[in-house]
Write a protein that binds this ligand. Structure first.
Ligand SMILES: C[S@@+](CC[C@H](N)C(=O)[O-])C[C@H]1O[C@@H](n2cnc3c(N)ncnc32)[C@H](O)[C@@H]1O
Ligand code: SF4
Length: 481
């Protein structure tokens, strides 16, 4: 390990009392989650690299990284759901889709120049969005071929793609083509079953009537790894509706089910957050946990992806390596996020969701970087720990090998507090949430945030910041959670 991190800003060198941070996380439960950092234009301002130096800093950050994951963002959807937090351009953007793939392939080439001729080892590849399956199958094939030409694929790595039920139900030919080009795993957003709620969320075309056909087509295409996304924490959703959604999803017999608690920040329904309290969210989480366990789906406390396949985490290799090891990942496409050992960057379009600036950068032959942050170790630790909570646990060996210091040493006060309160405990390999800790995950996760971000929560007396703050580009794909 030979990594050089920038020094922390004064705001990142000041510790806060664990109990106060825990309470601030709970108070801000709508934003204290895995989407770290919460307000990067504010808290990461000292680390922002100016545009003139961004390409050189990115080049340095990627040098020596031989093992990585890949994410390609396809920002197109047939309609835009009102709850969606991702970089999506809707129907009006669809005509641009063909040219977009050309741009993506050029972006691959720009990184080939950064990486040099020796192909690096890819541990997982997610094609997410948006809805990548809106693309014609041969366009998806061009992307996969390009990745194969540029990287060596690690044995055991996989390729995962996302679809909506509507497309999966209507286009069995596309699903078969995806499988033929070597895509192993498919993830589909069911979200909820209540018709009135789907309508309110601008997602009527994806109702339960097409789910069975969608799953039949997925199986006929020979996919053996199907994930279904479900969502909860909507203002207009009650426990009975949630129970019906869970029952319906279990009845479709996917290998995996991923639960997404609604994150309101910067969505079109951000103002609904104030109607959703922690009590309601906890009741919904507990119901899901019990029903899924009864149906044979396993997950450790706090983990959001449930799997009925023993020994299979259920997530794509891309996500698993990100969560467990904080493996570097390259994100290509509009608004995509990339992560090295020392930097985090967001591609152009993350905030504006506008294709024009992304396309201009590619046409100029420049990396389409909108924001690049050269971060201190403490911020990279905050990021690694926050993302680890997708699995409800932090891998202590992976942390030590990444940062050269033991988690237990660095977070002694925080871990003592969490264990003392019965919120976390150790296994041989990890520091994990207990069942009680998973009920208070928003408080526990904040214990590991860097001080400047803890301060942001501490100064926020209520949930009022939920609807404000800066953009949150692709954090996970649903091949991702
Ligand atoms: C990028 S979307 C892709 C799935 C596909 N486009 C679909 O809608 O079926 C991945 C998943 O993110 C989840 N999601 C979208 N917006 C969210 C939000 N604001 N908070 C939490 N989860 C969200 C949904 O469950 C969705 O299925
Ligand atoms: S939830 Fe899926 S279909 Fe809806 S806007 Fe987001 S990415 Fe598109």
């Amino acid at each position: 390990m030979n990594r050089v991190w920038v020094p922390p800003s004064p705001a990142d060198a000041r510790p806060f009392a664990p109990r106060a941070v825990f309470e601030a996380g709970l108070r801000n439960h709508h934003i204290a989650n895995t989407a770290y950092p919460i307000a990067h234009t504010l808290t990461w301002a000292p680390y922002r690299v100016d545009a003139a130096s961004a390409a050189a800093v990115a080049g340095r950050a990627w040098s020596g990284i031989d093992d990585l994951c890949l994410y390609v963002h396809i920002p197109f959807c047939e309609t835009r759901c009102s709850f969606c937090e991702y970089a999506v351009v809707d129907r009006e953007g669809l005509p641009a889709a063909a040219g977009y793939v050309d741009d993506l392939l050029r972006e691959f080439d720009l990184y080939r120049e950064v990486f040099g001729p020796e192909p690096r080892l890819l541990h997982g590849f997610d094609i997410g969005g948006g809805t990548p399956s809106v693309l014609p199958a041969d366009e998806v094939a061009r992307i996969v071929e390009k990745a194969r030409s540029m990287f060596r694929f690690m044995p055991g790595s996989d390729i995962s793609i996302e679809t909506t039920p509507k497309i999966a139900a209507a286009r069995p030919d596309k699903l078969a083509a995806f499988r033929r080009i070597g895509i192993d795993r498919i993830s589909m957003g069911l979200q909820v079953v209540e018709l009135d709620l789907l309508k309110a969320l601008n997602r009527s075309g994806n109702a339960a009537d097409c789910h069975r056909r969608a799953v039949e087509n997925v199986r006929a295409a020979d996919f053996r790894r199907l994930n279904l996304d479900l969502m909860y924490g909507f203002a207009g959703q009650d426990l009975e509706g949630w129970r019906a959604t869970l029952r319906h999803a279990i009845g479709l017999d996917p290998e995996y089910i991923t639960l997404y608690r609604m994150r309101y920040k910067l969505t079109r329904i951000a103002h609904h957050a104030r109607h959703v309290g922690l009590g309601k969210v906890r009741a919904m989480t507990a119901l899901a946990c019990d029903m899924l366990a009864d149906a044979g789906y396993a997950a450790t406390p706090g983990k959001t992806t449930y799997s009925r396949i023993a020994g299979d985490a259920g997530t794509s290799a891309y996500l698993t390596r990100r969560v467990v090891e904080a493996m570097p990942y390259l994100g290509l496409g509009l608004g995509a996020q990339s992560f090295t050992h020392t930097t985090i960057s967001y591609n152009t379009g993350a905030a504006s969701k506008n294709l024009a600036a992304y396309r201009r950068a590619i046409a100029r032959g420049s990396l389409p970087l909108q924001d690049l942050y050269d971060l201190p170790a403490r911020q990279m630790m905050g990021k690694m720990c926050a993302v680890s909570f997708y699995f409800g646990e932090i891998d202590t060996g992976a942390f030590a090998s990444k940062f050269g210091v033991a988690l237990a040493h660095l977070f002694r006060g925080e871990i003592d507090f969490a264990i003392g309160e019965g919120l976390m405990d150790y296994t041989a390999r990890t520091l994990r949430l207990t069942r009680a800790g998973s009920r208070s995950v928003n408080g526990v996760i904040a214990l590991f945030y860097a001080p400047s971000i803890q301060q942001y929560l501490l100064e926020s007396a209520t949930d009022s910041r939920t609807a404000t703050g800066d953009y949150r580009p692709q954090e996970m794909t649903s091949a991702h959670v």
